[in-house]
Design a protein around this ligand. Structure first.
Ligand SMILES: *[C@@H]1O[C@H](CO)[C@@H](O)[C@H](O)[C@H]1NC(C)=O
Ligand SMILES: *[C@@H]1O[C@H](CO)[C@@H](O)[C@H](O)[C@H]1NC(C)=O
Ligand SMILES: *[C@@H]1O[C@H](CO)[C@@H](O)[C@H](O)[C@H]1NC(C)=O
Length: 366
């Protein structure tokens, strides 16, 4: 989408340049008649208005009475078909991707696509449909710098299906798939000017909105201890930086208080409406250090167990460790994420529902 907008602005820019250079040619004269002549010439030769007029003049017009009701029905059918075809394409792609995943480890596992940032530019040809230069005989991948070491790649089977879709449905343009490991497979190949590992599809709206389309209650807990503020916050949460910087830092990290507050906010958000679909509840816990030395671990896990129990164990906790977190901090953030309370002598109570384990994500300085 962004690409198309850029292309259009280039066109406008180009025309603007034409006007400017014509103007400069006559600037010394400042003769309104000759400027007028130049502008007329411009509209005739560059914009082709004369030819357009000739074309319109040559058209035949005739009167016709239209039935609004019929038109409406026809339009509805056309629109429905439009969506149906696109759903069909999406379903075909989904099946192809699933089949590729199922074939993993069987025979040839060499990736079917090169990285987009390393595309062979000599293979790219300008394509009217895509409004840029593309290679229709290949697909390419963008691998996030935060993807695991050997992420899954899609195989040739997916490529064949993509080619077939592009042949059968010429109105379908870009076809892409983003995996939960942070790999985006894209068709066709284009000139990717981004840094190779910079793009992470998992943070793009198309991924987030389709991966988790239902509403959730989310509480974001940010550690405001002094050490947290010295950190360089990575690009994907850059927007949080200003907010974090604006918070009043104090010396220590208090986990128990933070979780008490987070759970009570979630509890307060429960609606009286019993027919409402139960919402997922998530706590995002961002810190750069272990709890303060003098904070006992047991009560932290007791709080998590007890307060999640009150919410039918519906709360998922995702923890993020910023900077170079030590082994001790890693361990406790990992235990909090999976709610491994038993390790701290706080037995799990799943009488009201199973606990959904979250994950711990280290966020190194970039
Ligand atoms: C927990 O489950 C019980 C029984 O299904 C229900 O009555 C109660 O409203 C639930 N509480 C929350 C916070 O979802
Ligand atoms: C858990 O309880 C056992 C036995 O009572 C004790 O040995 C251990 O130190 C306790 N662990 C923690 C983390 O409190
Ligand atoms: C588990 O939680 C339920 C609901 O709060 C409570 O009635 C029950 O006694 C608890 N079980 C244990 C073993 O603590």
């Amino acid at each position: 989408m962004a690409k198309k907008i850029i292309d259009r602005s280039n066109v406008v820019h180009y025309c603007f340049l034409c006007v400017v250079s014509l103007w400069q040619a006559n600037a010394g004269l400042l003769d309104p008649i000759s400027i007028g002549n130049e502008l007329q010439k411009f509209s005739r030769d560059a914009l082709g208005t004369d030819q357009m007029q000739v074309y319109f003049n040559g058209l035949q017009y005739h009167k016709q009475t239209l039935n609004g009701e019929d038109l409406k029905t026809q339009l509805a059918i056309k629109l429905a078909d439009k969506f149906k075809a696109r759903f069909e394409v999406t379903k075909r792609l989904k099946r192809a991707v699933e089949a590729s995943y199922a074939r993993r480890g069987i025979g040839n596992t060499t990736p079917a696509a090169k990285e987009c940032c390393k595309a062979d530019l000599s293979m790219l040809k300008y394509n009217e449909n895509f409004r840029c230069s593309v290679d229709m005989d290949n697909m390419c991948v963008k691998i996030s710098g935060r993807a695991p070491p050997n992420p899954v790649h899609l195989d040739e089977g997916v490529f064949r299906e993509i080619k077939e879709i592009s042949r059968l449905y010429p109105f379908i343009k870009w076809q892409y798939f983003a995996s939960d490991e942070g790999v985006m497979t894209n068709f066709p190949v284009y000139h990717d000017k981004d840094e190779c590992s910079e793009y992470d599809p998992r943070y793009r709206p198309f991924y987030v909105e389709t991966a988790t389309p239902e509403a959730k209650d989310v509480v974001l807990v940010i550690d405001t201890s002094a050490s947290m503020l010295a950190l360089a916050v990575p690009a994907n949460i850059r927007c949080l930086k200003e907010y974090v910087t604006g918070l009043n830092p104090h010396g220590k990290t208090h986990y128990k208080r933070a979780f008490q507050k987070a759970f009570s906010l979630l509890k307060a958000s429960i609606t009286a409406d019993e027919t409402a679909k139960p919402k997922k509840r998530v706590i995002l816990f961002l810190t750069d250090g272990a709890p303060s030395e003098d904070e006992p671990r047991g009560p932290i896990f007791q709080t998590i167990r007890d307060m999640n129990l009150q919410l039918n164990n519906s709360v998922i906790i995702l923890t993020f460790g910023f900077g170079s977190v030590d082994q001790n901090t890693r361990e406790i953030l990992q235990d909090i994420a999976v709610q491994n309370t038993a390790r701290y002598n706080v037995s799990v109570n799943s009488s009201v529902g199973d606990i959904t384990p979250g994950i711990f994500t280290p966020v190194p300085d970039s």
